[in-house]
Structures are given as structure tokens and as C-alpha cells.
Design a protein around this ligand. Structure first.
Ligand code: MN
Length: 736
């Protein structure tokens, strides 16, 4: 029988407290450089089959917990998209193994457990068998507070032997603006439900006060409650798996195994880096933007137009260790896009497990083999407890595109050309908002079809079309019928969106577009969340970025009359310069060209909302793309013919609605393009002279000057490098 009595003695191993165990583990690592100070992997060496069996059983248990828990939840984000993840930890909070899904959280939950230990939770509120904890605080250990975690301690005969953790991305977080990734909060107090690791249950039962409090704190209490039950169910399944394993192999073997497997994770990460990369320093900055200067409903301090600077740099050492730095990132701000170190860690993990260690045992071993630098005061590490982080992904995703490009270069240099990936698309547009739904209930939504953007191109193949999100490689767009169940907006169409893919010898994966019609609601407010002025990711080896987004919202339309008269209605926008929507529907466009906004826009029956999902970036020079591939792109509606000529230098012919590309005439056209490029190009030396003049006179628009000023103020080292590179005076500052 499981004993749920509160322990009177320390719960750690051999009579120690958890805090003592954590300190000891950290000291051992500092002293030896090896997890748990382990020199030999004894179980692995003496009984390799048993060792692999234990890991497989754990991993199987975790995946099984995820698959089962998915069906406890009712939220389409969890049930359809699979936006959840489970993991198993050591008593000290180091991750041993994890399920599939949003693996970004392998380390965030580790941070949350370590926080509990450091804050003496063992003493008060006490950690006992049957306890349930909840966390969604990115300063404690999370990406943003839409990701809600459940943590359950696992005991064996009065000793804590680990933690089960589960995360789901909830559909509404009770923030200032509706949805789960609110754009609108300017500090933490507007971010919504705040659970900085709270004990929310005991004896395997949720506290009633916790449940009632949460019911009142979200616009979608039913989804919240079922999500929480899904996480608890998964955690309890993991606990059962662990108990089964211990019954089979004995507690001593279990204790030895969880140490060894993390040390093995560390070693295999180093081996993989040594095997697949060339050591060196790789730099790949990225930028993103928002325009809030005209948002009069925001506090004055928040009304700015901003360009975010993500100067990602990785250093791979000869021994396989890996350093990641954002030195030079600009300052945090009064917006909800700030990130915490835990969020940054999360992003590293979700990307390394898709690139360097997709086949290895993914756990905190890899974390122990890496170092990072998130400068204090920057958007990567604000160091301010009141900072808002509601939509941290808006900076995090572009900021980390450079990791794919940097690793891509390192793989290419070593000859692993099949592994190269250009940057993924920003997972946007985000259809998000709230109001009264078709059942006359208060409701909110974040439409997670954004989990399917195009992936980056490789250098031996195109990117995958509408495939996944960088934060959930197993993402799904969900059936339109399911979204229509919870959103009072009908899908008029969901189609391939031409020209969203970044062009290249190999193009990025394509995005798609969804056209929605507001239906059966007295009112609903929505946001459009994407970039519109800058490219959030660059291509690689001459490939181009994917397209930026645009907005097409139409109000007071005549579409309902057209439907009544049985006239054609639009199912997509297609070519924005020759919009199918504007050709068929009259209506009012109230919005400016701004793409990101804090203010939800009011929608009424018959209004139209277009959501364009991004593509991935390209690899290699577009004028090297095979004519056959361009033909396929044209006939599949991935590419508009005019761009086949201007970007790809293709000679396009049309016969009976089918496109063909003439290889001979294409070769000639490309020769002309090459000659034109040669004529127009200038030596870098000359270009640098003219660019230096621009920098010295500050001949940039205000947000760019502000970005440089901020980066230079946040990092002395970066400012020095910038001045050295451009040969500027030691006291050079970018003008206001
Ligand atoms: Mn999330």
C-alpha cells in the first residue's frame, strides 16, 4: 500500500534533507565535472540490457502518460495539438527522461523543483507523498504563464525518489487581454493567473479552495479544470511506472540508474558535438519588431515602436562543450514579450533535441554539458520580478532561429549536410481573443493551428510544408471543425498560401492561410499577432527569409447577402495584390497596416478575419533551384508566377492552366541575373566605408537607433566589439 502520511523525518536519502542532497549533488559536479561524481557507468557496463530496459520502460511510461492524459483534457490545444509533455526527475530536480510533445519544458520543471528545494518547501508547506503542486511562473521555472505545470513527488518507503511533472498549455490564462499568450500586459500584475509553485493538493486530491480560486481566474474554467486533471492523471501514471520499475529491479538499482543515465546523457551530448560539428564561434543574430507608439490604451511608458535585437552566438569547444550567449541583447521593456533564463533554457532544449541529440537519451545530462550567458537587464534576463512574460515566445522564437543556422553551419563544415536546417518560421499569425461564443457563454481562445508553420530548408531538400512549430516538433493544426466548436468563427477556407516559403535553391516549408467568418455571436474581440515590418528569421547559404505577415480584417461586409443570393464567396486571400476577398466582398477595413497589437479588435457577424501562417526560410541561392521544382511550386500554388521570374530567374510558360519552366531560357535569364549582380555589387571594403558613415551620423529610423543604444548600454563588451568592428571612437554612442 502507498503510505500518504506526512513524514516527520527528512525526506532525502540516508536521513538527509532534500536541500542537503541538492547541495551535495551540485558540489560533486563542480568538483568532478561529472554528474553525481560518477566515473564508471556500472549498471550500463555490467548489465547493458537491463539498463536499456529500465530506460525504455520509463520512456514508455512517460509517452503512455501523455497519450492517456491527452484524452482527459477537453481543450483542443491539448487534445488535438498535443501541447503537453511529461517528465521524470531525480529528488533534486534533475530530469531523467521525458515524453514526446512540448519538450521545451524538460528543464523548466527542473528549475521549479529546485526552487522549491532552495526555498525550504520541505520544512514548510512540507513535501509529503500524495502532494500536488502547481506552477506557471517563468521566474521560478516556466516559459510563460500559459504553460501550467503540475508536480507530484514520488516516495518509496518514506524516502523521496523523484518527481513526476506535466505541463499543458491552457487556452485562457485570465490575463488583461483574452487568450493564453496575451499581448497587452505591461507588467506581471496583468499577466493573469499567478501560481509561483503552490501546494494545491494533498493525499492525491486537489484542494477545494485552489479549484474555486482558479475557476474564477480564467475565462474558460472548464478547460482549465480538465487540463489540471489531465496533468495529475499523467503524473500519477508516471508514479505507477516508477513503482513498477522499483518492484522489478529493486530500489538500489533504481537509485544508481537515475544517476548513471544523466551522466550518460552528458557524455553522449559531448560525443555527438565532437562527432558532428567543427569547433569554433558561430554568430547568427535575429530581429523582431512591434509598433505600440499609437496604442493610446497603453500606459505612456509602453507606447514605443521597437526592434528587438537577438545577437545569438555559440561557441563549440574541442571537448564538445557548448556555450550559448546573447551578449548584446537589448533591454527588457514594458511589454509581455520578455523572457526569463528558464524560458531561454527551455528554448535551448527544444532545439538541441531536434538537432544534436534526436536519437539519444534526452535528459539534464545535456544541460550539464552546456553553458550559457543571458545578460542581466536584457530581454533574455530582465532581473526584475514584476516583468511581464505573457507572450515571451514573440521574442524567443526569432531570437533562437540563429541556433539552427549556427548549428547548420557547424554540421555542414563537418560534412553532415543532411542535418543542416535554415531557420523555422515564427509561429504566427496567432488568432487570439475572446467574447461571447455561439453557446452564449463567456469564452476565449488561442487558435493553435499556428503549431503548423513551414520548417526551414535543408541543403539537400526543401523544408516541410505547414509541418510543426519550433516549440513542439509534433504539433498539429487540428481539424477546422474542432476549432469551430469553440470559436464563433466559421472557416471559409484553409489553403496553401503562395510565397510564404523563403526562396532558395531549396525553399523553406510553406505556410497556409485560414479565412474566418464571424458567426453567431453578439461580439468577439480578436488580435492579429505576427511581424509585418521585418523578417523574423534569415535564410542560410544565400537562401532568403520567409515572407512577413499582413493583416486583412473586414468589417460590415456584404458576405451574408452574397450567401443568401448564392453568389460566390472567398475561401482565401491568395495574392494580396489581387485579393480574392476584396474582389468578392465589400467591407470596411478599419485597421492600419500594423500587424501586432495590444488592442483586440471587435468582430460582429459577417466580419472576416484572415490568418496567414508563416513559412520557413530558404537555403542556397534561388537562381540555382532546379526548374522542375519551380514547376511543382507553381502548379501546387506554393509560388506566384511573377516571383518565379523575379526571384528564381525562371522562364515560365503556361499551357491550359499548367505551368512549365523552360530550362534553356531559364539558364539564359539566370546568366543575365548573375551579370547584373556582378555589375551592381561593391567590394566589402567600400561598402563598409559607406555603412560606417551611416552609423556615425545615426542615419537610421528611431527604433533602430534605440536598439543600438540599448544594446550598447546593456553590454559593455558588445559596445566595445561594435566600436572596434566599425573603427569608431572609444566614446561613440548612437545618437538619439
Ligand atoms: Mn505555451
Amino acid at each position: 500500500m502507498r503510505d500518504l502520511k506526512t513524514p516527520q523525518e527528512p525526506i532525502g536519502w540516508d536521513g538527509k534533507t532534500l536541500k542537503a542532497m541538492l547541495t551535495e549533488s551540485e558540489d560533486l559536479f563542480t568538483e568532478t565535472g561529472r554528474y553525481g561524481g560518477i566515473r564508471e557507468l556500472k549498471i550500463k557496463a555490467s548489465d547493458p540490457i537491463l539498463y536499456e530496459k529500465i530506460f525504455s520502460k520509463m520512456r514508455g511510461g512517460l509517452v503512455n502518460a501523455r497519450e492517456t492524459a491527452m484524452n482527459v483534457s477537453a481543450s483542443p490545444i491539448v487534445k488535438e495539438i498535443g501541447e503537453l509533455c511529461f517528465a521524470l526527475y531525480t529528488p533534486e530536480g534533475d530530469s531523467i527522461a521525458l515524453s514526446t510533445g512540448i519538450i521545451v519544458h524538460v528543464h523548466t520543471m527542473s528549475d521549479a523543483i529546485k526552487y522549491m528545494i532552495r526555498q525550504d518547501f520541505e520544512e514548510n508547506p512540507g513535501i509529503a507523498p500524495g502532494d500536488i503542486y502547481i506552477n506557471n511562473d517563468p521566474l521560478v521555472g516556466d516559459v510563460h504563464n500559459g504553460d501550467v505545470q503540475t508536480l507530484v513527488p514520488i516516495f518509496w518507503e518514506r524516502e523521496i525518489i523523484g518527481w513526476a511533472g506535466g505541463v499543458t498549455h491552457v487556452i485562457d490564462v485570465g490575463a488583461l487581454t483574452p487568450g493564453s499568450v496575451p499581448v497587452g500586459p505591461t507588467h506581471r500584475f496583468e499577466d493573469g493567473i499567478d501560481c509561483p509553485v503552490l501546494k494545491c493538493g494533498a493525499r492525491d486530491t486537489l484542494f477545494r479552495d485552489h479549484e474555486l480560486r482558479c475557476e474564477k481566474a480564467t475565462r474558460t474554467p472548464m478547460f482549465w479544470k480538465l487540463d489540471e486533471r489531465a496533468r495529475i492523471a499523467g503524473c500519477h501514471m508516471i508514479r505507477r511506472t516508477v513503482e513498477d520499475i522499483i518492484n522489478e529491479v529493486g530500489i538500489e538499482t533504481y537509485k544508481g540508474f537515475i544517476r548513471e543515465v544523466i551522466e550518460e546523457g552528458r557524455r553522449s551530448f559531448l560525443n555527438r558535438m565532437k562527432e558532428m560539428t567543427i569547433p569554433g564561434r558561430y554568430r547568427a543574430p535575429a530581429f523582431t519588431e512591434y509598433s505600440f507608439s499609437a496604442e493610446t490604451r497603453l500606459p505612456r511608458r509602453a507606447r514605443v515602436d521597437k526592434l528587438m535585437h537577438g545577437p545569438l552566438e555559440i561557441t563549440i569547444h574541442g571537448d564538445g562543450t557548448f556555450e550559448l550567449s546573447f551578449e548584446g541583447a537589448d533591454a527588457w521593456g514594458w511589454h509581455s514579450m520578455n523572457c526569463t533564463p528558464s524560458a531561454m533554457q527551455g528554448a535551448i532544449w527544444v532545439l538541441l533535441s531536434q538537432t544534436v541529440i534526436p536519437n539519444d537519451k534526452v535528459n539534464d545530462g545535456a544541460y550539464l554539458a552546456t553553458r550559457n550567458n543571458f545578460p542581466l537587464g536584457s530581454w533574455t534576463n530582465p532581473g526584475v520580478s514584476t516583468v511581464s512574460t505573457g507572450i515571451s515566445w514573440f521574442f524567443l522564437i526569432p531570437g533562437f532561429t540563429g541556433l539552427f543556422r549556427s548549428l547548420g553551419r557547424a554540421f555542414q563544415a563537418r560534412g553532415y549536410i543532411e542535418e543542416v536546417l535554415a531557420g523555422y518560421g515564427l509561429t504566427a499569425n496567432c488568432f487570439q481573443g475572446g467574447g461571447i461564443d455561439q453557446f452564449n457563454r463567456e469564452s476565449a481562445t488561442t487558435n493553435f493551428e499556428l503549431s503548423c508553420v513551414g520548417t526551414g530548408a535543408g541543403i539537400v531538400r526543401d523544408g516541410l510544408d505547414f509541418a510543426s512549430a519550433m516549440w513542439n516538433p509534433e504539433g498539429d493544426m487540428g481539424d477546422v471543425e474542432v476549432w469551430e466548436l469553440i470559436e464563433p468563427f466559421l472557416y471559409l477556407g484553409r489553403r496553401i498560401k503562395p510565397n510564404t516559403a523563403g526562396p532558395g535553391k531549396f525553399r523553406g516549408g510553406s505556410g497556409f492561410e485560414s479565412l474566418r467568418m464571424c458567426w453567431n455571436t453578439p461580439y468577439y474581440e480578436l488580435q492579429n499577432i505576427n511581424v509585418g515590418k521585418v523578417f523574423a528569421s534569415a535564410g542560410i547559404f544565400g537562401g532568403y527569409p520567409n515572407s512577413a505577415g499582413y493583416r486583412r480584417n473586414l468589417h460590415q461586409t456584404n458576405i451574408l447577402e452574397r450567401v443568401k443570393d448564392q453568389l460566390p464567396y472567398p475561401v482565401r486571400d491568395g495574392d494580396p495584390a489581387d485579393s480574392e476577398i476584396l474582389r468578392l466582398v465589400n467591407g470596411q477595413r478599419v485597421m492600419s497596416d500594423k500587424l501586432t497589437t495590444t488592442l483586440p479588435e471587435l468582430f460582429e457577424e459577417g466580419d472576416l478575419y484572415l490568418s496567414v501562417l508563416n513559412g520557413g526560410t530558404g537555403a542556397g541561392d534561388p537562381i540555382e533551384r532546379e526548374p522542375g521544382r519551380i514547376e511543382d511550386d507553381l502548379n501546387g500554388n506554393y509560388l506566384m508566377p511573377q516571383y518565379a521570374e523575379s526571384i528564381y530567374g525562371a522562364f515560365v510558360e503556361e499551357h491550359n492552366g499548367r505551368y512549365g519552366v523552360d530550362p534553356v531560357k531559364t539558364r539564359e535569364r539566370r546568366q543575365t541575373i548573375r551579370e547584373k549582380r556582378r555589375k551592381e555589387s561593391v567590394p566589402v571594403r567600400e561598402w563598409m566605408v559607406s555603412e560606417r558613415e551611416k552609423i556615425q551620423s545615426g542615419a537610421f529610423i528611431k527604433p533602430i537607433r534605440a536598439m543600438y543604444r540599448s544594446s550598447m548600454a546593456t553590454s559593455e563588451r558588445w559596445a566595445r566589439e561594435f566600436r572596434d568592428f566599425w573603427n569608431l571612437a572609444d566614446d561613440f554612442e548612437m545618437g538619439e
